[in-house]
Design a protein around this ligand. Structure first.
Ligand code: XIL
Length: 380
């Protein structure tokens, strides 16, 4: 056999070996499906991403996110204060990086959020002298902000949280935010119209917490009916889903899912996690001298979550997902507010510096038993 013939033969063998290896790798990757695959016939499965996850050199978490989720929400980088810190200054870097990541992985990208009373510079509501701004000028600022942000990501962001947390609980009506106080109740419909003008194909939603609250639900349903009558473009409602082991009442939650769907709008669970820590409200009335004692009581699992509490959380997540699956036709997406316990905002809210365990992955990015319990409810 000539040298060239030998080389040819060995190259061919190497190529065959490489191909076999490749196809095994593809098969293995296909077997390694994530939450998104478990629920592929039910709803999109999302996570919130923070800028550190996107910036970090180590790609482990990003790779896991790409495998587990098919939708992403910007945890902070698209909020007014972050993306538009001063009237003439825009901070596009982190938001661009977020959108690039989602586009690269073919994900459903959620923009959060255009109009909110929180994480917005105070100066938005003030004139040059620090006095309250006029209605006309605030409306112009809102228009400029929405048009600029939505236009930049037109065609890339599928869903916008247009207005966040504008309604009070318990039949109290509109939240008395600067938006409401200065612009009046039409600020919300104006925001939806502006977002729609900037990207007519985007799916536009209203987002809030404690959506199970009947007073909040009723007020929202009234607004939706009115908007639909007058052609205001609203397509869905986000239920944040910051739930705990014993709240909210899931029957009330179900009533709200049904009420929104009955208006023809899509339901999104937008910021899900299950808090396992004691609620500070149960400790109100504490004497100052007992503050440390209460602080310890409020942060009881620094060294790990006891098995029985872990089981309670598993049961709670399962009941919650069973409810969502029962209404899968009404629910377009279920997004967790973060991926792993260590990055959850719940370590700092409503009390700073606690050790919480609200998500499906632990601090080392491992799947927790609750992950398997939830994934097991899916159909793959
Ligand atoms: C939270 C973020 O997770 C934190 O990092 C930030 O410090 C405060 O905001 N409702 C919302 C989210 O709509 O934007 C909030 O996110 C959590 C409550």
């Amino acid at each position: 056999m000539s040298i060239s013939r030998r080389r040819f033969t060995s190259l061919t063998a190497a190529a065959i070996a490489a191909m076999t290896f490749q196809s095994r790798a593809i098969q293995a990757a296909a077997r390694e499906t994530g939450l998104k695959d478990a629920f592929k016939d039910d709803f999109l499965i999302g996570t919130a991403i923070n800028k550190w996850t996107l910036e970090r050199e180590d790609s482990t978490q990003r790779d896991l996110i790409a495998r587990e989720f098919n939708s992403i929400t910007a945890e902070n980088c698209m909020k007014w204060m972050e993306i538009h810190p001063e009237e003439d200054r825009w901070n596009w870097g982190p938001a661009d990086q977020f959108v690039e990541f989602g586009t690269k992985h073919g994900m459903h990208i959620v923009g959060h959020t255009l109009v909110w009373h929180s994480q917005v510079p105070r100066t938005v509501f003030q004139d040059e002298n620090g006095n309250p701004i006029s209605k006309e000028r605030l409306e112009a600022r809102m228009q400029h902000h929405i048009a600029t942000v939505v236009d930049r990501y037109r065609g890339k962001i599928a869903i916008w949280d247009v207005v966040n947390e504008a309604i009070e609980e318990d039949e109290k009506g509109w939240r008395q935010s600067p938006w409401f106080k200065i612009l009046g109740p039409t600020f919300m419909e104006r925001a939806f119209q502006l977002a729609h003008e900037a990207d007519p194909k985007a799916h536009l939603i209203y987002n809030d917490y404690n959506e199970h609250n009947p007073g909040r639900r009723n007020f929202l349903v009234e607004r939706i009916r009115d908007y639909k009558r007058r052609g205001i473009p609203i397509h869905g409602v986000g239920f944040q889903g910051h739930i705990g082991l014993d709240y909210p009442d899931l029957r009330e939650y179900e009533d709200s899912i049904e009420a929104i769907a009955a208006e023809g709008l899509a339901v999104h669970v937008t910021e899900l996690e299950v808090d396992v820590l004691p609620r500070p409200s149960s400790f109100t009335g504490a004497e100052i001298s007992a503050v440390q004692q209460y602080a310890d009581k409020l942060n009881p699992y620094v060294d790990g979550l006891p098995k029985e509490v872990e089981q309670e959380q598993i049961d709670r997540y399962k009941r919650f997902f069973e409810l969502l699956l029962k209404h899968r036709e009404k629910i377009q997406r279920v997004t967790f507010w973060g991926m792993h316990d260590g990055e959850s905002w719940k370590n700092n809210f409503p009390v700073r510096g606690r050790t919480n365990y609200p998500l499906l992955f632990d601090r080392k990015l491992n799947k927790k038993p609750v992950y398997h319990a939830v994934a097991g409810l899916g159909r793959t």
